[in-house]
Design a protein around this ligand. Structure first.
Ligand SMILES: Cc1ncc(COP(=O)(O)O)c(C=O)c1O
Length: 429
C-alpha cells in the first residue's frame, strides 16, 4: 500500500488492516467457506456495545456474539489481563503434562459461583473440565452421561440413550447435528450419531414416555436460544429434576448461551430453583476474547467418567484462556451483570411490549433479562433485522420467525433508548 493510499484512509477506522471493504469482501468470498449468511457489513473495531465500520459508522450490537460478549467488547479488564499474560510469559499454550497456577485459580473461581451440582451424589463439591468452543463441552457432557449409564447403571456400552428436545441447539459437530431436529443442520452429513431421542420441549409426559432402561441422560437448554427464544412452561425444569432423580438419569443443562447473567440470574436454572447434575458453560465465560467452555459436574460424577487418558484437549484450559476466564468472571460478578441484565431487561422488555401494542407486525414478545425475542406475524424476522441494520443496530433472527435482542449486559438506559427508537421505526412505521 502506497503512502497516498494511507493518506486517503487516514480518517477511517481500519482495524487490523488498511484493506478497503471491497478487498475484504473479495478475500472472504474467494477464500472462505460460505457457511454463514452474513450481512454486507465489515466491522473493523468494537468497543463496549458498539461496532464500527470503516467509515466510523456505529452499530449497536444487539447480538453480543450470541452471548460471548456479555461483558461488552474489549472490556478493558479482560484485555489488560490477556495482554499482560502474553507480555509476561505466562499466557501461551503448554503441554497438558503440567499444572499451571491460573488453571487452579480459574477452577476455584468458577466453582465458587456454582451451587452443589447433583447433590444426590453427595456434597463433594464440583469439578470442571475445560474445552474451547461450546460444542466441545457439550460432547464432554454426553461422554459423562453415557459413561455413567454404562458404569453405574449397567447399560450395555453402545446402547446408552440421551433424551433431547425438539428445536434444540447444542452446536454443529456431527453428534450435535445428529440429534438436531432442524433438517438443514444435518441433511447429507450422515452417518449420524445414534443414541438420542428428541421429544417436545416443555412436555414432561413426552419425556416420561421416552425413558427406557437404556436412558442415561437428559440434555436440555433451560431456555432455547437458537430454537426461537423459548422459555419452557413453569415447572418443567422441576419436573425434569424429579423424573431424573426417580429414574437415576443424569440431567444436564446447556447454559452456553443463557448462563452467566444473560437472563437476569447468574444461571438460568436459578429462575426455577432447580439444580442440574451437569452444567455446560461457554461464550461469556471468557468475555468474548478467547474461546473457552467448560463442563461442570458433581465431583463424584466427574471422577467416575474421567481419568487420565479418557479425555483431553490441547488448548482446553490453556493459561491464556484461563486468564481471560478469571477476568471475565470477575467482571460478571463485580459489575453485577446478572442484576443489570434483570433491570435493563425489564426496562427494555416493557418498551418493546409498548411498541408491540402499536405494531401490526409483532405476534409475541418473550424473554427474560436481556434475552428478548420478538416473534413476527409474517415469520420473516430477517426482513426486520435488515431494516435495523440500516438504522444502526445489529440483530439476527432466531429460527426464522423471531427477532433476537440480546445486547451486551453493560448496556445503558441511553443506549436502550437508541435501540427502542429504531425498533419503533422498524416495527411500527
Ligand atoms: C445452547 C448452545 N449450545 C451450544 C452452542 C455451541 O457453542 P459453540 O458455537 O461455541 O460451539 C451454542 C451456540 O450458539 C448454544 O447456543
Amino acid at each position: 500500500m502506497s503512502d497516498s493510499d494511507t493518506q486517503t484512509i487516514q480518517n477511517m477506522v481500519t482495524g487490523f488492516s488498511r484493506l478497503n471493504d471491497e478487498e475484504v469482501f473479495k478475500q472472504c468470498q474467494t477464500y472462505g467457506a460460505n457457511h454463514y449468511p452474513r450481512y454486507d457489513l465489515i466491522i473493523r473495531t468494537a468497543e463496549g456495545v458498539w461496532l464500527f465500520d470503516v467509515k466510523n459508522n456505529r452499530y449497536l450490537d444487539c447480538l453480543a456474539a450470541y452471548s460471548a460478549a456479555n461483558q461488552g467488547h474489549h472490556h478493558p479488564r479482560i484485555v489488560q489481563a490477556v495482554a499482560g499474560a502474553l507480555q509476561n510469559n505466562y499466557g501461551s499454550v503448554l503441554s497438558n503434562m503440567v499444572y499451571t497456577d491460573v488453571l487452579g485459580i480459574f477452577y476455584e473461581k468458577l466453582n465458587k459461583l456454582l451451587p452443589q451440582l447433583a447433590p444426590r451424589f453427595g456434597e463433594h463439591g464440583n469439578k470442571i473440565l475445560p474445552k474451547n468452543g461450546g460444542v466441545e463441552s457439550v460432547e464432554t457432557a454426553i461422554k459423562m452421561m453415557r459413561y455413567y449409564g454404562y458404569k453405574e447403571k449397567g447399560i450395555t456400552d453402545g446402547k446408552q440413550e440421551i433424551i433431547v428436545f425438539e428445536n434444540n441447539f447444542h452446536g454443529r459437530m456431527i453428534t450435535e447435528v445428529s440429534y438436531s431436529t432442524t433438517k438443514k443442520y444435518k441433511e447429507g452429513f450422515g452417518p449420524l450419531t445414534p443414541g438420542f431421542i428428541a421429544v417436545e420441549f416443555g412436555n414432561i409426559d413426552a419425556v416420561r414416555d421416552a425413558i427406557t432402561d437404556n436412558t442415561c441422560g437428559i440434555l436440555v437448554e433451560p431456555m432455547q436460544g437458537e430454537g426461537g427464544m423459548y422459555q419452557p412452561p413453569d415447572g418443567f425444569l422441576k419436573d425434569l429434576r424429579e423424573l431424573a432423580d426417580e429414574k437415576d438419569i443424569i440431567l444436564t443443562f446447556d447454559e452456553i448461551q443463557v448462563g452467566l447473567g444473560r437472563t437476569g440470574k447468574m444461571f438460568c436454572f436459578e429462575h426455577e430453583n432447580v439444580v442440574p447434575d451437569g452444567l455446560i458453560l461457554g461464550k461469556a465465560i471468557s468475555g468474548g476474547v478467547i474461546p473457552l467452555s467448560v463442563f461442570a459436574a458433581n465431583s463424584r460424577l466427574m471422577d467416575i467418567a474421567f481419568n487420565p487418558g479418557s479425555d483431553g484437549s490441547t488448548y482446553g484450559g490453556y493459561p491464556l484462556a484461563c486468564v481471560a476466564g478469571c477476568a471475565a468472571l470477575n467482571v460478571i460478578v463485580e459489575e453485577k451483570l446478572a442484576l443489570r441484565s434483570e433491570q435493563m431487561g425489564a426496562v427494555l422488555k416493557k418498551k418493546i411490549e409498548e411498541i408491540a401494542s402499536r405494531s401490526d407486525k409483532v405476534k409475541e414478545v418473550r424473554g427474560r433479562g436481556l434475552f428478548i425475542g420478538i416473534e413476527l406475524h409474517d415469520g420473516d424476522a430477517m426482513k426486520y433485522c435488515k431494516k435495523l441494520l440500516d438504522l444502526g443496530v445489529l440483530t439476527n433472527d432466531s429460527h426464522g420467525h423471531t427477532l433476537r435482542i440480546s445486547p451486551p449486559l453493560i448496556i445503558t438506559e441511553e443506549q436502550i433508548e437508541y435501540l427502542v427508537e429504531r425498533l419503533d421505526e422498524a416495527l411500527v412505521k
